[in-house]
Design a protein around this ligand. Structure first.
Ligand code: ADP
Ligand code: MG
Length: 306
């Protein structure tokens, strides 16, 4: 279990994280969400022991995670961290990179492990390719596989799919998070992409203004977004009568007391986003069809909160 208690940190006296408290239980996946610059990467580095906390403590089970002031070598055997900038060995192959920290005393086990991980990150056909010849996304996948080679108890991932194109992202996420669950590996992932989070995280925390402003399941935070910041993570929304209403929660009906005038329809793939004027403000509605400009429409908000 990972336990962070009343932890604070800043760079050169500028506070970045203040009184951070949370815990991650056995086998759980936690996402850390927040705007760019909100301190997600800083938090992961502190969890890894790359820097010293200024106040409070971090524990993995009974071991206190300590930074460079207390440890000559940064990091712990039970923990792996894949940073936003991953450093691989460019002149050796993908397989050699993945197996870099595995013992040569068990060559068969080592090869089996590398083969298994190549499959997880879908790089089997690149096993013998030198890393310097790979794309950014492929390198990121090698870094993920290498972090898993020695089967850590806890894995810290910083924007793990940021360099990977959409073709590969979906299946890679599934492979990776299913692999972690199947092997009971605790995972903390920093991300700004809801697709990384919603299907796979047991809990998410939201960082804002140096603090944790929400800590709950993705389902709960989606249906009870306390602030526009939290709602914006899940998708486009409107504020109507002071309430947050996602675009898919507005429904066009024959008659209602919410009358709006269509301004534009945007094609979004599975649906259209309709921009309409409601009392001088733009609102946005998800609709299956485009609607002609200047048409008057009537809206109701669909109740989705349980
Ligand atoms: P995020 O990962 O959420 O984008 P970061 O943790 O990287 O945020 O950064 C949080 C804040 O700390 C930012 O304002 C950033 O400019 C600052 N920061 C990050 N690294 C350093 C550093 N090594 N020295 C000084 N300030 C830093
Ligand atoms: Mg970051």
């Amino acid at each position: 279990m990972l336990q962070v208690k009343n932890m604070s940190f800043g760079y050169h006296k500028k506070p970045i994280l203040k009184n951070i408290d949370f815990q991650v239980d056995k086998g759980e996946h936690l996402s850390v969400i927040g705007e760019s610059g909100s301190g997600k990467s800083t938090l992961l580095k502190l969890l890894y022991g790359e820097m010293d906390v200024h106040e409070g403590s971090i524990f993995w089970k009974d071991t206190q995670i300590l930074g460079p002031k207390h440890n000559l070598i940064v990091g712990y055997d039970f923990m792996k961290y894949v940073a936003q900038e991953f450093d691989l060995m460019p002149f050796i192959t993908v397989s050699e990179n993945i197996g870099k920290h595995l013992s040569n005393f068990y060559p068969e086990e080592k090869q089996a492990r590398i083969k298994e991980l190549l499959k997880v990150v879908e790089l089997t056909e690149f096993a013998n390719t030198k890393v310097k010849l790979l794309s950014g996304g492929q390198k990121q996948r090698v870094a993920l596989a290498r972090a898993l080679a020695k089967e850590p108890e806890i894995l810290l991932l910083d924007e793990p799919f940021s360099h990977i194109d959409n073709f590969k992202k979906q299946s890679l996420r599934r492979n990776l998070f299913n692999f972690l669950k199947a092997n009971n590996i605790v995972c903390v992932v920093a991300s700004h992409d809801k697709e990384d989070v919603l299907p796979y995280s047991d809990k998410m925390i939201v960082l804002y203004n140096s603090k944790i402003v929400a800590n709950n399941t993705p389902e709960y935070l989606f249906s009870h977004p306390k602030t526009p910041l939290i709602a914006s993570f899940f998708g486009e929304f409107n504020v109507i009568d002071g309430k947050i209403v996602y675009t898919h929660q507005l429904k066009i009906v024959d008659q209602s007391n919410l009358k709006a005038t269509v301004k534009k329809s945007y094609f979004k793939g599975a649906s259209y986003l309709i921009e309409a004027d409601l009392n001088g403000n733009s609102i946005f509605i998800e609709n299956e069809e485009p609607i002609e400009n200047n048409k008057e429409i009537y809206l109701i908000t669909k109740q989705t909160q349980p």
